[in-house]
Design a protein around this ligand. Structure first.
Ligand code: SAM
Ligand code: SF4
Length: 344
């Protein structure tokens, strides 16, 4: 009899059931986009005039999504990130999250959100057992915040929502996309805010996907230098719970942390553990490749569980080794490359 390894979590289901790709990576995490709708128009994500949204009837229904998640959890996918668009723009999102959390095998459900619609639901999300919320917060300066999100909104109303989430026991992470000429001067302030509140701050490197290719990011080494000027040397740690690609650092004296998700300058594809379900029901096996499988016709067309499992295994089997962010081909600006439909 073997003794369970206490340092090992349930990342590796038995080989005969789990999803392992052609490069030996275990797939255990799904980013699930509930909607392509959003109340923001972030410069790197949505056109200013809004996007032609998908008609409601074309979104997989909650029943279809729950069935899919049940099948996936049986294959070892046990972490789910609910995303969008703005996930709370879809009616019934919180009730869906409650049902998802109850699916056998589903262990960790988290949410990524701009935070604007969350206030009434924080207690309920904590009660459901949502373990973390990633809040997009690109600046504490109202003008800069409004310029990035292209709304009149300021960051003020979101800050108490973060505090309420933390108080309710939900891990709060703050996602910042550093952008030249928008928020590049605000990063030390955001760092101070996160650290002083015990939040985990993550700098997400701008990815040249969809409208991202029309903006200019800030290289991680420049951000690091700006933070170290104010806070002293950052020390790398590996004790911050997450779903994958962030490299975390701590500043002595603070409970929070600073993370870098640098998809372009520090390609983390060898560690990739995820698939993405777009709001239209396409299972995308790589953010920047047009590969995957249309699951909605199967879910809607009476396919058996076995047929869906076969489609999932095919998509995992064809998962590319790495993204190709260097290759900005025109066809990579189509529907399957719009971040508000993919979910980030
Ligand atoms: N509306 C929610 C939000 O903003 O958190 C969830 C959806 S949004 C598409 C998910 C994440 O993707 C956000 O952190 C957002 O900043 C990030 N994102 C969107 N487009 C991006 C891009 N081109 N490069 C890097 N991150 C991007
Ligand atoms: Fe909306 Fe999030 Fe895209 Fe901003 S990044 S437009 S908040 S989906």
């Amino acid at each position: 009899m073997t003794t369970p390894d206490p340092d090992r979590d349930n990342e590796s289901p038995p080989a005969e059931t789990g999803l392992i790709d052609a490069y030996g990576r275990t797939i255990n995490y799904l980013r699930l986009s509930l909607t392509d709708r959003c109340n923001f128009r972030c410069v790197y994500c949505m056109p200013p005039e809004g996007a032609p949204y998908m008609p409601h009837k074309e979104l997989p229904t909650y029943e279809e999504l729950l069935r899919l998640c049940r099948i996936m959890s049986g294959l070892g996918i046990y972490r789910f990130k609910i995303t969008g668009g703005e996930p709370l723009c879809r009616k019934g999102a919180v009730a869906f999250i409650r049902r998802l959390k109850r699916v056998p095998g589903v262990d960790r459900v988290t949410l990524t959100s701009n935070g604007t619609l969350l206030a009434p639901y924080v207690e309920e999300l904590a009660d459901i057992g949502v373990s973390g919320i990633n809040f997009s917060l690109n600046s504490l300066d109202p003008e800069h915040y409004a310029a990035v999100s292209r709304t009149r909104a300021g960051p003020g109303p979101i800050l108490p929502v973060m505090a309420a989430a933390a108080k309710a026991g939900i891990t709060v992470k703050i996602n910042v996309v550093p952008l030249r000429n928008y928020n590049d001067g605000d990063l030390p302030d955001l760092t101070r805010f996160a650290l002083e509140n015990g939040y985990h701050l993550r700098f997400i490197e701008l990815m040249p996907v969809g409208l991202g290719s029309t903006c200019t990011g800030v290289p991680p080494h420049e951000i690091c230098a700006a933070i170290e000027r104010d806070f002293g040397p950052l020390s790398a740690v590996d004790d911050v719970a997450g779903n994958g690609p962030a490299d975390y650092f701590r500043v002595p004296g603070y409970a929070g942390s600073v993370g870098f998700i640098s998809a372009v300058s520090n390609m983390f594809c060898p560690r990739c553990n995820r698939m993405r379900l777009t709001s239209g029901g396409f299972l995308k096996s790589c953010l920047h490749r047009d590969v995957g499988v249309e699951l909605k016709p199967l879910l809607r067309g009476g396919a058996s569980d076995a047929a869906i499992i076969a489609a999932l295994r095919k998509a995992v089997g064809e998962k590319p080794q790495a993204h190709t962010f260097g290759d900005i081909a025109p066809e990579k600006s189509g529907q399957r490359f719009l971040m508000h439909g993919i979910g980030g």
